[in-house]
Design a protein around this ligand. Structure first.
Ligand code: NDP
Length: 254
């Protein structure tokens, strides 16, 4: 399934805006979020493995008058995420917000024993988020302020067949976020839990029958920009206001 998101509008505010790092910015929710953040006047730093897509998006944002840079990152590697954060810090002099958005969802019943896929979900969806936190926390503590936005899912609120491991990773994201929130007096922590959203996520499902079922469910999906708007809302709140969780579903999802 391909992503369709509106083209980049120009920035709506003046001033430097926040330095916002977005993982998984090469498609779907991350891409839409980066466009909207840039349009709201924030300086975005884009990360994912497909650097060609990041470069094209950064160029598009700059052409619209926004501020964007990018660097290839694999969130399963702590070193790669630390390099990503260091590069952003060098570019913008601050790390105000990290949007931990990269994720994969290769659905299958447990009985299929797709252990490699279980491990990939754990590596990207849980370790990736932890690596992001590990890389930004020292910088944010030093700054005395920062904001971590973790993209979980409605799958972090309920378990369904074929999604046991995916749900487990998203429950974990919510648990980690809640722990970080409780331990912090200087950081804002937001969990974004989308329902069915039109992106490339089902491309990570190997089983073609399973992918067809998932694509059929996506018929009612909402645009990725609907999730991006929620992230921009959380980022744009006053410094003392911490939006802790937003759940956004298609009306028809039930
Ligand atoms: P997409 O497949 O469109 O985007 C996923 C992004 O994650 C891509 O940019 C991909 O980039 C990146 N990514 C995957 N693996 C890695 C990696 N190892 N290192 C760095 N980046 C990686 O799907 P979505 O936009 O839907 O997914 C974004 C988030 O939203 C995920 O966490 C997903 O679980 C969550 N979500 C999505 C829902 C939906 O219905 N679409 C519902 C609920 C939650 P690249 O391949 O270039 O590295």
């Amino acid at each position: 399934m391909t992503t369709t998101v509106p083209s980049t509008p120009g920035p709506s505010t003046t001033g430097p805006g926040k330095a916002v790092l977005v993982t998984g910015a090469s498609s779907g929710i991350g891409e839409a979020t980066a466009r909207l953040l840039a349009a709201a006047g924030h300086r975005v730093f884009l990360g994912a493995r497909r650097a060609d897509r990041l470069a094209a998006l950064a160029e598009e944002i700059r052409a619209a008058g926004g501020t964007a840079d990018h660097r290839e990152v694999d969130v399963t590697s702590l070193e790669s995420v630390q390099d990503f954060v260091r590069a952003a810090h060098e570019s913008y002099g601050r790390v105000d917000v990290l949007v931990n958005n990269a994720g994969v969802m290769p659905l299958a019943v447990l009985e299929a024993l797709k252990v490699d896929e279980w491990n990939r979900m754990i590596d990207v969806n849980i370790r990736g988020v932890l690596h992001g936190i590990a890389a930004v926390l020292p910088v944010m503590r030093e700054q005395g302020a920062g904001h971590v936005v973790n993209v979980a899912s409605v799958a972090g609120h309920r378990v369904d067949p074929t999604a046991a491991v995916y749900c487990a990773t998203k429950y974990a994201v919510r648990a980690i976020s809640e722990g970080l929130r409780q331990e912090s007096r200087d950081l804002r922590v937001t969990v974004i839990s989308p329902g069915l959203t039109r992106t490339e996520l089902t491309d990570s499902i190997d089983d073609l029958d399973m992918r067809a079922v998932a694509d059929e469910m996506m018929a009612i999906a909402i645009p990725a920009a609907a999730i991006g708007e929620a992230i921009v809302y959380a980022v744009n709140q006053p410094a003392e206001v911490d939006v802790n969780e937003i759940v956004i579903r298609p009306v028809a999802q039930g």
